[in-house]
Design a protein around this ligand. Structure first.
Ligand code: HEM
Length: 522
């Protein structure tokens, strides 16, 4: 009897909370958002339709399609998505009054890091501290780290080389698809960023798997999967975080479903993977090892005086560098290599440019020799435009007094965003936006015209601090690979699988690879 009464009261309370109140609020419409069309029937009542869209795996592309009809869409009771490049400056530009939205706070740990710090002062303190480490002169000083890891990559790829393809019109034999490029390039970016940030070498490229040691706060260690736990963390959080007020219990509830239970389980080691990397570096520091990396820049300021950060903040900053600094660049590299294979004329032109610069037997491209090659940079930028690794809208919150966005007055405390994907698909700025056309980036006038709307690294005060590292890595590795090898995809109809979590995660990229006969080609 008591149980029945309890169930009835709980049922009533839940239906008031989840149905009556949202419907009431929707019609009361205190912010006047009802005038904007909803992307899905119930998006004005609940954030769940957006969670569903997100879990389906390509929300940025889906929204871009919908924005072809509507410049402003309601994607949640308190959230608007903008589909016009004119909104970029209002939401993300240097003068915007919008701040990062609650999703960053919800996923934040005990200490904020550079990406999830919302408070402007906290962020600018951190940014100042980190910008010394990210300054271009430091990066070029660390080029040898990228070169070392690239040398290791080439050694492994040399082993996987097969005999040259005689005809480019045929598909390779299945047995010749010896490389999963996406896997190996992810291992490469993990090694590169761990070397730059923490002077560590994990041996993953040689091992061919992402298995590493993870460490709990109590010091116990176990084996875990680096990439898998990172990707699954992102997959799970990116599905549920948009329902800000309900994230915790939605995440809890999702674990009753076998698919999500597995995703959360595989995600679990991620914090321990990072913690072990941080602890290993701390132990070296305590043993007096003088190493040149991000960690040393976090410990000591430019003048040589200690920064005196709490250990929790150091771990947090390390986590964001090795998190944001690996998969984004790996995704970009998988995309660009796939695009080049699919566009042999562009590949040929790029190769001619690189061959003119590098000696035939030069293996790792020296950054200084290739950094200004115009077609190489054009290919990389066009890859990032067409398939931005971070494609989705990055939510910002309007200031309490409200803000003008796209000529509309948006009330205070509203979540606003514009997908990077939509910006890059604007046909006025980027004619034939769905085509891979690196030549659009040649010529400084063209570049100047497109750059304000080219935002793979976002823009403004919260734009990517790691873009110079990423360019350095991409330039060195693309030049080295294109110079040394030729590649083939499984077949012309074969397609790369993509799933959008926070970034666009890329599936397997099987390919045949062989050494080029440069002299005979020339
Ligand atoms: C192709 C590669 C990359 C892409 C596409 C990319 C993209 C982005 C984007 C879109 C943001 C804005 C995030 C937001 O507003 O929530 C961002 C911020 C950030 N990125 Fe990157 N990133 C890349 C590489 C890197 C690398 C290599 C590092 C580190 C070594 C890095 C570290 C960061 C950090 C720390 C921030 C936060 C900056 C701030 O708020 O002040 N990223 N990145």
């Amino acid at each position: 009897m008591f149980g029945l009464l309890f169930a009835a009261v709980a049922g009533f309370a839940l239906s008031v909370y989840f149905v009556v109140l949202p419907v009431f609020n929707h019609f009361l419409d205190p912010k006047g958002l009802r005038k904007y069309p909803s992307f899905a029937t119930f998006a004005g009542f609940s954030d769940l339709p957006y969670c569903w869209l997100s879990a389906r795996g390509f929300r940025s592309r889906d929204l871009c399609e919908l924005h072809k009809e509507e410049p402003i869409l309601r994607i949640g009771p308190n959230a608007l998505s903008f589909g016009s490049t004119a909104a970029i400056k209002d939401i993300y530009g240097h003068t915007t009054k919008c701040i990062k939205d609650k999703n960053y706070e919800i996923l934040s740990g005990s200490h904020t890091h550079l990406i999830d710090a919302i408070d402007k002062q906290d962020h600018s303190r951190k940014r100042k501290l980190m910008s010394a480490a990210f300054a271009i002169k430091n990066l070029e000083r660390w080029e040898f780290k990228v070169a070392d890891v690239t040398k290791r990559l080439l050694a492994v790829l040399d082993e996987k080389c097969t005999s040259p393809m005689l005809s480019s019109s045929k598909s390779p034999e299945f047995a010749d698809l010896t490389v999963d490029f996406n896997q190996i390039i992810n291992l490469w970016t993990i090694e590169a960023i761990n070397s730059i940030a923490l002077s560590s070498k994990l041996g993953l490229i040689e091992q061919g798997t992402d298995e590493v040691t993870a460490e709990r706060i109590d010091g116990t260690v176990y084996r875990a999967r680096y990439r898998q736990s990172q990707n699954q963390t992102s997959r799970a959080q990116a599905a549920f975080v948009w329902a800000y007020d309900h994230y915790e219990w939605l995440a809890w509830l999702s674990k009753f479903l076998p698919y999500w239970r597995r995703v959360w389980k595989e995600a679990k080691p991620w914090n321990d993977v990072i913690y072990h990397q941080a602890m290993e570096r701390l132990r070296k520091y305590q043993n007096g090892n003088q190493l040149d990396d991000f960690f040393s820049c976090l410990m000591t300021g430019k003048s040589g005086s200690p920064n005196n950060l709490e250990w929790g903040e150091i771990v947090s900053e390390i986590s964001i560098i090795i998190n944001a600094g690996a998969d984004t660049t790996a995704i970009a590299l998988s995309n660009i290599i796939e695009l080049l294979i699919r566009h042999p004329k562009h590949l040929q032109r790029l190769r001619a440019e690189i061959d003119e610069t590098l000696e035939v037997e030069e293996a790792v491209a020296p950054y200084d020799s290739v950094k200004d090659l115009p077609f190489l940079r054009a290919c990389i930028d066009e890859g990032l435009r067409l398939n931005p690794p971070t494609s989705a809208g990055l939510p910002r919150r309007t200031p309490p007094e409200g803000a003008h966005i796209l000529g509309e007055w948006i009330p205070g405390g509203t979540s606003v965003s514009m997908t990077i994907y939509s910006a890059h698909q604007d046909p006025i700025i980027f004619p034939n936006p769905e085509e891979f056309q690196p030549q659009r980036w040649l010529g400084s006038e063209n570049r100047k015209r497109m750059e304000p709307y080219y935002i793979p690294f976002s823009t403004g005060a919260r734009g990517c601090i790691g873009r110079n590292i990423s360019y350095l890595e991409q330039i060195v590795v693309v030049a080295s690979l294109v110079h040394r090898y030729d590649f083939a995809l499984p077949s012309p109809s074969w397609r790369l699988q993509r799933h959008e979590a926070f970034n666009i995660l890329v599936g397997e990229l099987p390919m045949k690879i062989w050494r080029r006969e440069q002299r005979s080609e020339a």
